[in-house]
Design a protein around this ligand. Structure first.
Ligand code: 3PG
Length: 221
């Protein structure tokens, strides 16, 4: 009789988040609007050095993109973003997502994240929301929308009461403020969509996506 693999603990899932965020440094937030864009867009990001991708479920093609990328681009690390409730979390898991990101948290979603085998990075925008997640064992959060919520200064301030907590600020991050975020000790990576301007994607200007991605990583060296 084969043993059922045991579900990773919250501590193990925190380790997984640290691993993929630490290696990624920048997490592109991708919304797929046309099926034929999926592979060229992921390939353009990867050519620029961005190989950990958050594919949002805010378009109907989100799950399709996750399934296709997991199958056709196994070297990439593919997460699901805009996970809003337990049903979406289950769909993302079934599609093969390797991690989950939400813009905020509900009691139901946070509990589903505790029970999931995948690490969930819940969105927060206040100390109280951190505390709700903290009580369930969460120690890694997405600060969203980061620029509106006080940016790097807010993250520095949150480091006082929450010394063991680390963040992925997302929302308004761009090449001008990227370094400022990454210099805050409790920031593990940043997320954003600035390297995926709608016009470049519509024009199939994949070289530009690659160039802007690579330039962003250079800013962090
Ligand atoms: C997200 O959902 O995380 C944001 O849409 C990404 O933010 P940005 O588009 O401001 O980079």
């Amino acid at each position: 009789m084969s043993a059922t693999p045991s579900k990773p603990s919250m501590a193990e899932k925190i380790g997984l988040i640290d691993d993929f965020c630490g290696r990624a440094r920048i997490l592109p937030v991708i919304t797929i609007n046309r099926e034929e864009e999926i592979l060229p867009l992921a390939d353009a990001l990867a050519a620029g050095g961005l190989t950990t991708l958050e594919v949002t479920l805010r378009s109907a093609l989100g799950l399709t993109a996750i399934r296709l990328l997991r199958e056709a681009r196994p070297a990439l690390c593919i997460g699901a973003g805009t996970v809003l409730d337990p049903a979406m979390l289950a769909e993302a898991e079934a599609a093969g997502a390797q991690f989950l990101v939400s813009p905020g948290g509900t009691a139901e979603l946070l509990q589903a994240g505790v029970e999931s085998a995948l690490p969930l990075l819940p969105g927060i925008s206040s100390a109280s929301e951190i505390m709700l997640g903290y009580a369930l064992g969460y120690r890694r959060f997405k600060l969203f929308p980061a620029e509106v919520c006080g940016g790097a200064a807010a993250l520095k301030a949150l480091g006082g009461p929450f010394p063991g907590v680390r963040f992925c600020p997302t929302g308004g991050v761009n090449p001008d403020n990227l370094r400022r975020y990454m210099q805050v000790p409790n920031v593990m990576c940043v997320g954003g969509s600035w390297m995926l301007e709608a016009g470049w994607i519509a024009a199939g200007d994949w070289a530009r996506v690659t160039r802007v991605s690579a330039e962003a990583l250079t800013l962090l060296d």
